[in-house]
Design a binder for this molecule. Sequence first.
Ligand SMILES: [Fe+2]
Ligand SMILES: [Fe+2]
Length: 158
Amino acid sequence: MKIKKIPESILLPVIDFSKNFTDVCHHSKEENSLFPALEQAGLPKNMDPIAMMLIDHERSREIATNMEASAQEYLSSGDSTKLVSDMQQYVEHITEHLWKENNRLFMMAEARLQYVAKKVDGELNEIEATKLKDLGKSRKHYEDLAENLTRDVAEQGN
Ligand SMILES: [Fe+2]
Ligand SMILES: [Fe+2]
């Protein structure tokens, strides 16, 4: 079997995307705008589903941090065991989390937030813009990155 290496030029952007884009353009927006709006609409933060979502977000930050460390480890040692298991964990965790949001949280949100949707929408955009600026990145940067990675990974497969 041909042993394939993950090039640094693919690995590092993948980690950056998973860690930073997901946190800034996703979790932070929910935590700083959507959840407070839901709280005002009568869904307490310390009860499910929001409490569960907050735990999930914390866990995904942990896994992303582990993944970043194991990527560095892989690049220096060539041993991919920990990196692969962290990545699998990340994918599983995020997939489950998104399922819960799409099928539970967002349905409740839609029903409760219809009168404040515009305000929440504006806040979400503002949070993303501010946090991305702090990070020195833009949404376009991450969109291009995702596109380039898809292409690079496809080429690696050839
Ligand atoms: Fe989400
Ligand atoms: Fe979330």
